[in-house]
Design a protein around this ligand. Structure first.
Ligand SMILES: Nc1ncnc2c1ncn2[C@@H]1O[C@H](COP(=O)(O)OP(=O)(O)O)[C@@H](O)[C@H]1O
Ligand SMILES: [Mg+2]
Length: 350
């Protein structure tokens, strides 16, 4: 499977409702670059699968257009769109061997026998399944079945690969390993990959860019760092990782909470909420910081600790600290004073 072509994907003002009810996908526009690893991320029911199925051609948008490599494909059936697809369930043929499963798409396309053999060998080498050619899916582990599905999708050399929660059925360790492998294969082939997941860690780890979806709409599109460091809305801030949120008002470089506390906030932003990541908080001796509190729970995370700190005004703040020889985990009940740098906080407009 050598690198050849990859394609841009344009989703233009697309909406879709089922049975004329609430929009499953509501006015979504996305421009995905050729060769990009692009994630659709959001909670269950937010419209990820529907969006992917419209790209594939299994669903027709009510309004809007879909373009592949600049060509309008909105009215083309799936088999004329030249895409590979991988589902969570893998959808392998249970009674066929690995070789037969992988060869299927090439046979359907009428590729010559000798070429099928060469390309299947190459695909199985790529996903490290040499030696498993004559096994059936039931004789393979979950991770191996996943690789067969990947080889089967890639062997036809599609310019676009669509994946709907392809790793969700794997246990954590195998899932992480497959994340590395899938990303490596995608980069080496240069294929444009759209990856649906509800797992924010997975999206942050694998993607070039992420679209965060909520209720059928796209809340934010950005690189993992942009989404994590500069969430555009309260929903994105809350959905991606842990965060401390304060309600109030940002004006003229000050953030004032509803109960009158003035907090450090970056200048020049207006909005009604302030967000600070747990690892941006600093803990000092009581009275030396900004908000005094007491460690309520202490979770050991390996090289780091995550604390829940109960403050005087009945708030619960999350604090994450790196542990080392000099910095052992703090004890429950310890009094601390929390603060942060203005530039480490984000004002949320929505
Ligand atoms: N075939 C269908 N018929 C009716 N409603 C559907 C159908 N497929 C999805 N939906 C609804 O559309 C919304 C979006 O679903 P989906 O795209 O599957 O979300 P996700 O993949 O993010 O979980 C949900 O409210 C879901 O119940
Ligand atoms: Mg889904």
């Amino acid at each position: 499977m050598t690198t050849r072509h990859s394609a841009t994907i344009g989703i233009e003002s697309v909406s879709k409702s089922y049975d004329g009810k609430v929009n499953a996908v509501d006015d979504v526009s996305l421009a995905i670059a050729a060769g990009e690893f692009f994630a659709l991320l959001g909670p269950s029911g937010c419209g990820k699968t529907t969006t992917l199925r419209m790209i594939a051609g299994f669903e027709l948008p009510d309004v809007g257009r879909i373009r592949i490599a600049g060509t309008d494909v909105t009215d083309l059936p799936p088999h004329r769109r030249d895409m590979g697809m991988i589902f969570q369930s893998y959808a392998l043929f249970p009674h066929r061997t690995v070789t037969e499963n992988v060869a299927f798409g090439l046979r359907m396309r009428g590729v010559a026998k000798a070429e099928i053999a060469t390309r299947v060998d190459e695909a199985l080498r790529q996903v490290e399944l040499v030696g498993y050619e004559s096994r059936r899916p039931g004789e393979l582990s979950g991770g191996q079945q996943q690789r067969v599905a990947l080889a089967r999708a890639l062997v036809v050399q599609p310019p676009v690969l669509l994946c709907d929660e392809p790793l969700a059925a794997l246990d954590r360790k195998l899932r992480q390993q497959m994340q590395f492998e899938l990303k490596g294969i995608q980069k080496s082939l240069g294929v444009t990959l759209v990856f649906v997941t509800h797992d924010q860690e997975e999206a942050l780890a694998m993607s070039d860019r992420i679209a965060v979806m909520n209720g059928g709409r796209v809340e934010q599109v950005g690189t993992p760092a942009e989404i994590y460091d500069r969430p555009a809305s309260r929903f994105v801030a809350d959905f991606i990782g842990e965060i401390n949120l304060f309600d109030g008002r940002a004006e003229a470089g000050r953030f004032t909470t509803a109960d009158g506390r003035v907090l450090p906030a970056p200048a020049g932003m207006t909005g009604s909420a302030l967000a600070v990541r747990p690892e941006k908080l600093r803990a000092a001796a009581p009275g030396a910081g900004l908000i005094d509190g007491r460690i309520e729970t202490a979770n050991f995370l390996g090289g780091q600790a995550l604390y829940r700190v109960a403050t005087g005004d009945a708030r619960r703040l999350l604090l994450k600290e790196t542990l080392s020889g000099e910095h052992a985990i703090r004890a429950v009940g310890e009094a601390v004073s929390l603060s942060w740098r203005a530039e480490d906080a984000v004002v949320l407009a929505r």
